[in-house]
Design a protein around this ligand. Structure first.
Ligand code: ZN
Length: 347
C-alpha cells in the first residue's frame, strides 16, 4: 500500500524531567540546584541529554524537553519587561483549580531581546532530527500572572501574543520545524476561547511558514489536576466547542490528551484537515504503557484521522515524572506507533 509518507510519526508534548543535579526531581517549578555559569552549563548538558534520550528511544520530532526553563510559562515571561518577578503573588490559576506563585504585570509588556534564541540555536546544533519548540499560548500566559496593569485578560493576551509572534518568527529563522503554543487554559475558559482565545493564538502564529501547533490538555499529572478530572464526569467534552474553531484557524497541528482520559475519541473528527497529535502516553501515571496499549489508542484515532495526519504523542509534558519512567514511556510510544505503521504497510 502506498501512503503518503511519513505516517504516524512520534513526538512529545513538550517538557521532560530534568536531571536531579539541575533541579529538584519530580517537582513543578523546581528551584535550580546550580547557579551562574554552572547553571548555564548544566542546562546545556540537560538539553543534550534530553535530545539524546529522544533520539535513542526513536522519537521522530524532538524538542529540548524545556530543560532551560523553570516552568513552561514563566520561562518566556522571565525575558519580558513589564513583568516583575520580584513581586511574586500567590494566586488561583485555571479558574482557581490550584494556586501558584506568579509574577506581577506592572506595566506594558515588551520583549527587549530574544528570549529563547540561544536555547534554540543550541538544540538545533545538537540534533539532525525535526525539531519542535514550545512556547506558552497567550491565554494561558495571561492566566499565569498577577495582572495589575491591563486589568483585562483579552488585552493582556493580545499584548503577549505580539511578543510571542516576534519570538516565534526568530525561532523559525533559526531552523525550527514546528512551533507549538501550549494552551491548557483552553480547556478551562471555554467562552473566552471562542470570544478571543483563538484570535490571540492566531496573532501569536501570524505569518509563520513552519508548522504551527497548539497543545490543549487537562494539565500536568499533579494532584490538583487529577482531582479536577474526577469532577468532569464520564465524557470530557471540553474539546467539542474548541475543535471546530481550531479547524477553521490557520494552526496546522493540535496536540491533545487521549490516553486514559474520558475524551470521546470521535471529537478528533472535528479537526478536519489538521494534523492530530494524539496523546497515547498518560503522564499522570507511572505505569508504563505497553506498545500494544499505545497501538490500541492510535488505532482508535485512525478511525477519524488519516495516517499522514496522525502523530503519536504524550498527553502532556513529562516534567514532574521520574526520568527512567519517562524514558520507558517514550520507548513504548515509538514501539506502539511502529506496530500501527507496520499494520498499515508504511514506514
Ligand atoms: Zn499539557
Amino acid at each position: 500500500m502506498n501512503q503518503p509518507v511519513p505516517a504516524i510519526e512520534t513526538t512529545i508534548a513538550g517538557s521532560l524531567p530534568k536531571p536531579s543535579w539541575l533541579a529538584k526531581p519530580q517537582t513543578l517549578w523546581a528551584p535550580w540546584q546550580l547557579a551562574g555559569e554552572q547553571l548555564t552549563e548544566g542546562k546545556r548538558d540537560a538539553v543534550r541529554a534530553a535530545l539524546k534520550m529522544q533520539e535513542a528511544t526513536g522519537v521522530d520530532i524532538v524538542g529540548d524537553g524545556e530543560q532551560s526553563r523553570s516552568h513552561f510559562v514563566h520561562g518566556f515571561l522571565q525575558g519580558i519587561e513589564g513583568v516583575d518577578f520580584s513581586r511574586m503573588k500567590r494566586i488561583g490559576i485555571r479558574a482557581d483549580r490550584y494556586e501558584a506563585e506568579c509574577p506581577t504585570v506592572t506595566g506594558p509588556v515588551r520583549r527587549p531581546r530574544p528570549v529563547h534564541a540561544e536555547d534554540m540555536r543550541f538544540a538545533r546544533a545538537n540534533t539532525t532530527r525535526k525539531l519542535k519548540f514550545t512556547l506558552p499560548g497567550p491565554m494561558t500566559m495571561a492566566d499565569t500572572v498577577a495582572d495589575e496593569h491591563y486589568r483585562d485578560r483579552a488585552k493582556l493576551a493580545f499584548a503577549l501574543a505580539e511578543l510571542l509572534n516576534a519570538e516565534a518568527r526568530e525561532l523559525e529563522a533559526l531552523g525550527v520545524d514546528v512551533i507549538q503554543f501550549d494552551e491548557p487554559a483552553f480547556n478551562v475558559f471555554l467562552d473566552e476561547v471562542r470570544d478571543w482565545g483563538i484570535a490571540a493564538l492566531e496573532r501569536a502564529a501570524q505569518g509563520l511558514q513552519c508548522a504551527t501547533a497548539v497543545h490543549i490538555c487537562y494539565g500536568y499529572g499533579i494532584k490538583a489536576n487529577v482531582e479536577w478530572k474526577k469532577t468532569l464526569g464520564g465524557a470530557w467534552r471540553q474539546y467539542e466547542g474548541t475543535f471546530p474553531l481550531l479547524a477553521k484557524s490557520r494552526i496546522r497541528q493540535v496536540s491533545l490528551e487521549c490516553a486514559n482520559s474520558h475524551v470521546p475519541i470521535e471529537l478528533i473528527g472535528l479537526l478536519e484537515g489538521k494534523d492530530v497529535l494524539v496523546g497515547a502516553i498518560d503522564v499522570a501515571s507511572d505505569a508504563v504503557e505497553t506498545p500494544e496499549q499505545v497501538a490500541a489508542t492510535l488505532r482508535q484515532a485512525l478511525k477519524f484521522v488519516a495516517p499522514e495526519h496522525l502523530y503519536g504523542c504524550t498527553n502532556c509534558g513529562m516534567a514532574p515524572m521520574a526520568r527512567p519512567v519517562a524514558e520507558a514511556k517514550l520507548r513504548a510510544l515509538v514501539a506502539g506507533a511502529g506496530i500501527v505503521r507496520a499494520e498499515l504497510g508504511v514506514k
